[in-house]
Write a protein that binds this ligand. Structure first.
Ligand SMILES: *Cc1c(COP(=O)(O)O)cnc(C)c1O
Length: 376
């Protein structure tokens, strides 16, 4: 190897090429919005909501301020609150659990499958109580869990299924899109997600017209049909703005191409990494991942991460601390969760973004293989 190749930096994520692709289309849409002055709500928001609902195969999409509000307001729209419990995997971004508490309900933490690191029907069944009203399967890393099994357990236990699809724009379960599988699908469009805004944004997809109507009211100060100053319920301000909606609609047209590019790169990671280095999380055979993250399990994770960093390769950890041991949520923990706990110190998210060069994937794999000394 030459010194030039060895010192080449591999960023964990690079948003610039994605932004470059959509820049001129976005600028044209923004110019029209600046001319009309319709900054909150209006035709750009409605047009994106229709396009995103159609993309996901849901009757409606309701734009909100961010993914956390998508989850929190969905639980409130389903009238889940004080006295209720909600099943949630402990290995998720904190927002999933935060939303349950913001709605006034209590989390019931569940363990996950050792291959996919996702909720299983059995793990839901094991922790569900008589107080449970809902389960939130998290499509972590863009992967969809066994939704047929989870929907069946939910039906037998009387639980509503609210998907946390924040990382799963475009993922499918048996050909049906994430977000259209439960009563509602909650999305974040934080800039780093597969479909990302130029700031904070989110949406809820649902085919339940009642839920959609309550969400439209909740995101807008509890407004009712009686006019601008009629407030029927306790709401909040969590609206999607027109500038972000325009970005999202332009980007939605390219999402499948970007997701396909992620798939090719993750397939390359799978081919190029010997088993002795570690194993990438496994995709359920009936599901198609959005490949939001490429997550490897390695024994000596922190050393690997430091060594990669010293060679200019940036990695992430999603997430270093399971929610049930975090200070604000530990009171809701109910016994150990062995799979979640064992994996927290092994997971390592490798560089991945749609415009990443395949030679950079090879370089990451070469360095990892040399560190573990596994290829011989
Ligand atoms: C990003 C994310 C959220 C929260 O979305 P925000 O838009 O940041 O509020 C919730 N759940 C998961 C799994 C996420 O990755």
């Amino acid at each position: 190897m030459t010194g030039v190749i060895e010192t080449r930096v591999v960023p964990f994520l690079d948003l610039a090429p994605v932004t470059r692709e959509v820049r001129s289309d976005v600028m044209a849409r923004w110019a029209r919005i600046l001319d009309t002055g319709t900054f909150v709500g209006g035709p750009d928001v409605e047009s994106f909501e229709r396009a995103f609902a159609r993309y996901c195969g849901s009757a409606e999409a309701v734009g909100v301020g961010n993914g956390t509000d998508a989850l929190h307001l969905t639980l409130r729209a389903l009238e889940i609150g004080p006295g209720d419990e909600v099943v949630v995997p402990a290995n998720t971004f904190v927002a999933t659990v935060e939303a349950i508490l913001l709605a006034g309900a209590r989390p019931r933490f569940a363990d996950v499958d050792p291959d996919t690191l996702l909720l299983t029907p059995e793990s839901v069944d094991r922790v569900a109580t008589a107080e449970c009203r809902a389960v939130v399967p998290v499509h972590l890393y863009g992967q969809v869990p066994d939704m047929d099994g989870i929907l069946a357990v939910a039906a037998s236990r009387g639980l509503l299924v609210v998907e946390d699809a924040a990382q799963a724009q475009g993922a499918t379960w048996r050909g049906r899109r994430a977000g259209s599988l439960g009563i509602a699908g909650c999305f974040s469009f934080y800039p780093g997600k597969n479909l990302g805004a130029f700031g904070d944004a989110g949406a809820v997809t649902t085919s339940d017209v009642g839920v959609a109507a309550r969400l439209r009211s909740l995101r807008d100060h509890g407004r009712g049909s009686g006019g601008h100053y009629s407030h029927d319920r306790l709401g909040t301000n969590s609206r999607l703005d027109a500038l972000q909606a325009a970005v999202l609609e332009v980007k939605l047209g390219r999402l499948d191409v970007w997701n396909e590019s992620r798939r090719v790169l993750v397939d390359r990671y799978r081919e190029a990494l010997p088993e002795s280095v570690g194993r990438l999380v496994v995709e359920h055979p009936e599901a198609s991942s959005s490949n939001h993250l490429a997550v490897l399990r390695v024994v000596d994770r922190d050393r690997c991460r430091d060594e990669l960093a010293s060679r200019g390769i940036a990695t992430g950890i999603h997430y270093p601390t399971p929610c049930h041991v975090m200070v604000p949520y530990a009171a809701y923990a109910d016994g150990p969760l062995p799979v979640v706990e064992a994996n927290a110190s092994r997971i390592l998210s490798l560089p991945l973004h749609p415009h990443m060069d395949v030679s950079d994937v090879d370089r990451v794999c070469d360095v990892l293989t040399s560190l573990v000394g596994g290829s011989a």
